[in-house]
Design a protein around this ligand. Structure first.
Ligand code: GLU
Length: 496
């Protein structure tokens, strides 16, 4: 066994995850959470959850609640966070605006930031010019850099719309050490944009809020995905401008599909709820994700979270692109189910797939349509399992005056647009119905035709309980999966 090495930075560590509540709880967030959590537990540190909701338009309370629920389902606990409080709160950025204002003033006073009054039109024209001229760097041209602070302050006081930008040194290089990769990563300053720190709505951008909070919350190690590597030099410049000690940075590899492209919902379900609702065991999902970037040091792939914590050290973590291989996850999950005794399996089913509230919702609809109690299981079977068999109903997918391509397009569009509708995204029956009716108006599809199609896609049947109740009971992820499956099946069918 390799000797245990002391990690860099201040110990015990204070680490955090900082999800933005703008969609479904993503497996990528769980992956990052896992490494933060394990590191904190290994060295007796604290794991903090912070909600980064500075994007006012895209952040929703329901997404925040879903993220917390999903992380708890996986077994994570945090010592500080918006729901449990803590000494460095509030833990929701939208409640910390005064803090950012005070800090940006410090940057303005020190000349590290400046007010920029450029209009959208000017910035758009600049961008077009840069693209046309094939400029090596697309970005702000520093037009407002020369404004005197007094003039900037006066125009701002007069109510003129503006943003605040970071004054990036025009020469030299900004670098940081990545402790996972064990290398110094440097960026030419001329390639770093004068990043907007405060938007015209007065809200901070991610960069400012993230650095201010990491400092004020005493974060010692920033462990996040590699998609933030290009942001880190901006953060380093901010730490220096404030005169603060930098945390240690670790950038983990981004989850990938088996073809090595970035994990995306087109190829792989990415919502943690998908895995929960289809009956993956949380401890198995965690073990699976751990194996993507961590090795125990021997060839053991099956281990518990506690075993991972005991064995953890950074030298066992790899930065290479972790491949989310769903077949491997299935193999792990199946093995874990087989290893359970029947009583445990029974108990776990009653907590999940066959939970009383779920069954009750199904029985409410089934009782109207069954003659014998025994009919109930075949009747409610559409609500279980990932796939349905479209074979028997495929000829019903033919909609008058609609080509097969129309059908494929409308299903795709429906599945995509639902994601962008904050109410429908919650998948409650009433919201689904309102959305679907609006969708029909927008797309020119008759409600009857579209609803038939959706019923077939979601249940594999032409008759089922009321469509929107059915969709709500099946759940968003199962519906999405099935709509995608039907699209695939149609792609394979000869032209109508
Ligand atoms: N809000 C960022 C996110 O959504 C946080 C990135 C970071 O950890 O710095 O992932």
């Amino acid at each position: 066994m390799r000797e245990s090495t002391t990690p860099p930075g201040r110990l015990p560590p204070r680490v955090r995850i900082a999800p933005s509540p703008t969609g479904d709880p993503h497996v990528g967030t769980a992956y990052i959470a896992l490494f933060n959590f394990v590191f904190a537990r290994k060295y007796g540190g604290r794991f903090v959850l912070r909600i980064e909701d500075t994007d006012q338009e895209r952040s929703t309370a329901s997404s925040e609640a879903a993220i917390l629920e999903a992380l708890r389902w996986l077994g994570f606990e945090w010592e500080e966070g918006p729901d449990v409080g803590g000494p460095h709160g509030p833990y929701r950025q939208s409640e910390r605006l005064g803090i950012y204002q005070a800090h940006v003033q410090r940057l303005l006073d020190g000349g590290h930031a400046y007010r920029c009054f450029c209009t959208r039109e000017r910035l758009d024209a600049l961008r077009r010019e840069q693209i046309e001229a094939k400029a090596s760097h697309l970005g702000y041209d520093g037009h407002c850099r020369a404004l005197s602070p007094d003039e900037g302050a006066r125009r701002a006081a007069d109510g003129e719309a503006h943003v605040v930008r970071l004054r990036v040194p025009s020469e030299g290089e900004t670098s940081f050490f990545d402790h996972l990769r064990q290398e110094t990563i440097g960026f030419q300053n001329e390639q770093i944009d004068d990043q907007v720190l405060v938007k015209s709505d007065g809200f901070p951008t991610y960069h400012l809020a993230n650095v201010v909070d990491d400092h004020l919350m005493g974060i010692t190690h920033v462990i996040r995905g590699e998609e933030w590597i290009t942001s880190t030099p901006k953060h380093v410049l901010l730490y220096r401008a404030f005169g603060w000690e930098e945390p240690c940075f670790f950038h983990l590899g981004l989850l990938r599909n088996t073809d090595r492209s970035k994990l995306s919902k087109r190829k792989n379900p990415v919502s943690i709820f998908h895995y929960r609702d289809l009956g993956y065991l949380p401890e198995t999902l965690l073990n699976f994700m751990a194996t993507l970037g961590f090795s125990m040091g021997d060839d053991r792939e099956r281990f518990t979270l506690d075993e991972m914590i005991t064995a953890f050290e950074w030298s066992k973590v790899s930065a290479g692109g972790p491949v989310f291989d769903a077949a491997k996850l299935d193999a792990f999950n199946g093995a874990d189910i087989r290893a359970m005794d029947v009583d445990t399996l029974h108990r776990r089913l009653l907590e999940t797939t066959l939970a009383p509230e779920r069954l009750r919702a199904l029985l409410f609809h089934a009782k109207e349509r069954i003659a014998r109690l025994d009919d109930v299981v075949p009747y409610i079977s559409f609500a279980f399992g990932a796939e349905v068999d479209y074979g028997p109903v495929l000829d019903k997918v033919k909609i008058k005056k609609r080509s097969r391509q129309d059908v494929i397009d409308v299903l795709e569009r429906f599945a995509e647009e639902i994601e962008r509708d904050p109410a429908a995204r919650t998948f409650e029956a009433a919201a689904l119905e309102a959305f679907s009716r609006g969708f029909c108006e927008r797309s020119g599809w008759k409600a009857k035709d579209l609803f038939t199609l959706l019923r077939i896609a979601v249940t594999g049947r032409t008759a089922a309980p009321p469509l929107f109740d059915t969709m709500a009971i099946c759940g968003k992820d199962r519906c999405r999966l099935r709509i995608r499956d039907l699209i695939g099946v149609l792609g394979g069918v000869a032209d109508w």
